[in-house]
Design a protein around this ligand. Sequence first.
Ligand code: PMP
Length: 372
Amino acid sequence: MPTANVRAAQPEGKPLVLNVVRRAEQMLIQNESRVKEYLPITGLADFNKLSAKLIFGADSPAIQENRVATVQCLSGTGSLRVGGEFLARHYHERTIYIPQPTWGNHPKVFTLAGLTARSYRYYDPATRGLDFQGLLEDISSAPSGAIVLLHACAHNPTGVDPTLEQWEQIRQLMRSKALLPFFDSAYQGFASGSLDKDAQSVRMFVADGGELLMAQSYAKNMGLYGERVGALSIVCGSADIAVKVESQLKLVIRPMYSNPPLHGASIVATILKDSAMFDEWTLELKAMADRIISMREQLFNALKIRETPGDWSHIIKQIGMFTFTGLNSDQVAFMRQEYHIYMTSDGRISMAGLSSRTVPHLADAIHAAVTK
Ligand code: PMP
């Protein structure tokens, strides 16, 4: 059975390959001068430049001043791991603060890279929203220089993001304590449908001239899950430092996997550098994001019609692929047993896995679970 992830945008939950991706692949196959040689340790140069531009913005001062070192990595996970390994070797503070809760792989990736993972409060079950006060308190009490992992948008698993005003407060606090931001961007464009809007949090931090790390994934927004395409960018204080950082990143990567794979990065570079293909991608991306937003509305309305007890407005307020339903593990087990609905025991559902056909069944199950 396909995972919810690969069913991102199809009306009836079928795996989807974006048309623009198919077109890019055809172009690559038809180009007979293409060879299968190794990429450099840092990956495809065009891909790296275009990826930095995509997340930081074409007019980013950090890019113009050559302060960004970017390396192609194995999707988001590989980018986080290479960044973690680099920090464990070269950065003076080994503690990384990660939100509670967070994507389940974060603590493992960073701990195995040699960092010490600690958590900061993020989610308030009572409001099913952000525990902003708790977040500020925990970040305030982190030791100066500590690393802080931030989900750029569409926080996984909660679907709860800070507002722009809250991001600004987080930025000011972090910069005042010299905390190092490590952004994880696995859903750019997938949250709001706009690539620029979903990068606003990151761009705020770049605009202040400070340092940061950025792990980018093309798994969701280009549907390239299994191609393992991503990038790690380190925004440095100067162009000189960026050159040194890149050379140290090579020393991290070389003994891990020598150099990254060619195919997926070539697809991404083909799309990002051609303005017509880029536009086509943004339309397809918006359609995926809109479909998920529509699933949220359909599920919310279905619960309203059933008069299911409780406030379900978080379903339409939360952002991105996941909804943190607030269902407890007993209710999740009941829904699995009685309705054959499978979700993580923390009550997280992937909205991408839903379709108009399956929403009523899910709403029936939620209703039965909360009224049993
Ligand atoms: N970060 C977050 C927050 C994620 O949700 C995911 C995927 N679920 C990733 C990183 C990594 O994904 P990938 O390695 O497939 O790019």
